[in-house]
Design a protein around this ligand. Structure first.
Ligand code: 13P
Length: 246
């Protein structure tokens, strides 16, 4: 299956910095063998939409409201994202689960809102270091995925899933290819039990993925791409991950 490399800019960027970054990515686009996306802060959607228009770089968002519309100050709806031709939307990133107390049920509802608007949710799951050390990794990721399966039923094959061990996010401690593959296999098996089309769900790895470790991770049978934080802010680093996915 075609791999997906998605950059998660998190709360980084500026009008001034975004343009050369996106332009450098676009210069390389004709050689891409995989799908590529950048998930940008909502205030930059219009800017990046204009830059990528008609090109192979897909636009993504980092979050979406659980509500459709109305009196929800500060929230951004799935329909609003769709207005800007957003193709992917990260939901349930560990930073949102942690800093904004997003529950499994909230994340599942966000995935549902995205799907209903024709946006592919990139659903993040992953265990903390304490959970891994307590031997709870499988239990945690299965519980997180189960909520999304429960709420989204047959549509589950339309999602992208991302395994992001919390202890690997922004720390420089990448999961080894074997550690990641083990969890991806658990997730694949769970998807297979929920849908006949589970084999077309892309399961991305995220957490300190960079130019030097990407190839080993992406060679694993159940690793179908990457969700890239820090390395997505530099064109050269991001493009070498894209090349490793080719
Ligand atoms: P880093 O690549 O900076 O570890 O971030 C990963 C991530 O959280 C992507 O969503």
């Amino acid at each position: 299956m075609k791999k997906l490399i998605a950059g998660n800019w998190k709360m980084n960027g500026s009008l001034e910095a975004n343009a050369p970054l996106v332009q450098a990515l676009l210069m390389d686009a004709s050689g891409w063998a995989c799908d590529v996306a950048v998930c940008v802060p909502p205030v930059y959607l219009a800017q990046v939409q204009a830059l990528v228009h008609g090109n192979r770089l897909n636009l993504g968002a980092q979050d979406v409201s659980t509500h459709e519309a109305g009196a929800f100050t500060g929230e951004v709806s799935a329909a609003m994202l769709k207005d800007f031709a957003v193709r992917y939307c990260i939901v349930g990133h560990s930073e949102r689960r942690h800093y904004h107390q997003e529950s499994d049920a909230t994340v599942a509802l966000k995935a549902q809102r995205a799907l209903a608007a024709g946006i592919t949710p990139i659903v993040c799951v992953g265990e903390t270091l304490a959970q891994r050390e307590a031997g709870l990794t499988e239990e945690v990721v299965k519980r997180q995925l189960a909520a999304v399966v429960h709420t989204n039923g047959h549509c589950i094959s339309e999602i992208v899933l991302a395994y992001e061990p919390v202890w690997a996010v922004g720390t420089g401690n990448t999961a080894s290819p074997q550690q990641a593959q083990q969890v991806h296999h658990v997730l694949r098996t769970q998807l297979q039990a929920a849908s006949q089309h589970a084999d077309r769900v892309r399961i991305l790895y995220g957490g300190s993925m960079n130019a030097s470790n990407a190839a080993g991770l992406l060679a694993q049978p159940d690793i179908d791409g990457g969700l890239i934080g820090g390395a997505a802010l530099q064109a050269a680093a991001f493009l070498s991950i894209v090349a490793a996915a080719g």
